[in-house]
Design a protein around this ligand. Sequence first.
Ligand SMILES: CC(C)(COP(=O)(O)OP(=O)(O)OC[C@H]1O[C@@H](n2cnc3c(N)ncnc32)[C@H](O)[C@@H]1OP(=O)(O)O)[C@@H](O)C(=O)NCCC(=O)NCCSC(=O)/C=C/c1ccc(O)cc1
Length: 554
Amino acid sequence: MTISNSQLSINPQNGFCSKTQIYHSLRPPYPLPPQSTPFSITDFILSLPKTTTTTTGASIIDATTRRFIPYSDVPLLVRNLAASLRQPPLSLSNGACAFVICPNSANLPILYLSLFSLGVVVSPSNPASSIQEISRQLRLCKPAVAFATAESANKLLEVGFPNPVVVIDSNEFESMMRTKPNGSETKIEVLQSDTAAILYSSGTTGKIKGVKLTHRNMISTIAGANFGRQDRSSPAVYLCTVPYFHIYGLGLCMRLVAFGESLVSMARFDLRLMLTSIEEFSVTHLASAPPVVVGLVDGDNDHLVNRTNWSSLENVLCGGASLTMAVIDKFKKRFPTVSLLQAYGLTETTGGVSRIAGPYESTIAGTVGRLIARCQAKIVDPNTGVGLPPMSHGELWLRGPFIMKGYVDDKEVSDTMVDSDGWLRTGDLCYFDNEGFLFIVDRLKELIKYKGYQVPPAELEHILHTHPDITEAAVIPYPDEKAGQVPMGFVVRRKGSTINETQVKDFVAKQVAPYKKLRRVRFIDSIPKNAPGKVLRKELIKMALSDSDVTSKL
Ligand SMILES: CC(C)(COP(=O)(O)OP(=O)(O)OC[C@H]1O[C@@H](n2cnc3c(N)ncnc32)[C@H](O)[C@@H]1OP(=O)(O)O)[C@@H](O)C(=O)NCCC(=O)NCCSC(=O)/C=C/c1ccc(O)cc1
């Protein structure tokens, strides 16, 4: 075996190559199917060995309806449903798009797997989205069919969706899964390079964008997540509090089906239901976002948390946004035997690209873990473009087989986000330490994170500017202990206008999903800008904090 010069300059402690300034993963590479082999994400998931599944009865469990689907039934349900969707009247086939507007349920992973197996592009959306948001998403993904619940189907009616809508909490859907349709169909060939899903993200510029993820992208992240899974005498039981319409929940549910680990979900997050479910289903892993961890250590919830039996819980996974050190410390004191494992990922990277594996890594406070296998990173000085060594702060760039195919109908922004060498600019300010652990320092992109959801200030500013009484507006992130950040608007009123805070908030709230609502408003005489006219958000943030009591909590 020959060792190349660049391999020689890779530091085995942290993966940093001093010649190329590239950080390499410290995890062993996993096998991937040859790129040219037709292989859908469903083929991959169903082909993985599930050693413990059938003997121990692992299943997909819906904590809200108390329905469960044993994993031993999953391949048949997926095949039946796919066969049914291929037949008239839907006649779904390779390349068609399905808009899915559903809260978490046991049926949803089955639906995803069936659609993927047909090469149908899955485009999941938040059922709490506003009519305007849904309209924009429909324009982007051009679906031939939509899947909804009896409740969310009303929104499709409101937007005048012209194509068929299948209700997944109905008896008809149940029988599509349970009954084998007549006739045998040939398998549809799905290429790994085909788009598997279109998810919605703000990118770095603010307007909702459709992120195209391929089957290969999804196969890579699932294969990468296999590292560090413990051998266990009984299968892990995950409680997923995050939604399957974002990559965190979607990736997690696919990965758990792939490995045959029990998956408990809730239609909507509810702290009480989460706590009773942990006891009832002997949950070992809780998949969460920061507000859930904050809720667990919040004194106001002591009466609920104290009467829960925590003995089964081993790990709390946390992603979507950063936790503060204060919350991490409180969690460790409160749950000394539970590991708090932060991970980091983006929709554009098909989810998690760094995570913590094993007992040693879980002792490193504040890190979002080490790069998954096949992931390369650079820490780039935002001013000079130069790659930086460990312990230096810069923008995180990422490369690997899980980087998105691009944004729907937006080549220009796709090319800005991913350069010709395949590097994705994350817009996050980060550093690696001397052992290859990644730390998130700040956000360079103008994005607010409310409860782990993206809120682009530009989108809210655009809405504010359409109000006849508002001449200028700017939106900033305002720190909040429970939600992480809340959107705050600075508003310049038209001369003589008496519009008040509530009216401004209501005006925005009617047009956006609830997580994007303006939670604070301040009136101001003019918006500070630099010479070329760019809003000086940092100035506004300083102003917002200077006359409040939050500075000490930052
Ligand atoms: C479980 C959370 C943390 C808390 O739940 P909640 O407090 O009940 O909030 P909801 O999300 O259900 O709802 C937000 C707001 O919308 C409201 N709402 C809700 N549905 C309705 C309704 N149908 N009608 C009307 N009002 C409603 C709801 O009441 C609430 O209002 P408010 O109390 O004023 O905040 C929830 O916010 C949550 O799942 N957050 C995470 C979101 C998320 O998945 N983000 C990931 C994006 S992708 C990414 O970053 C990937 C990272 C990643 C990292 C690592 C990995 O390994 C992989 C991936």
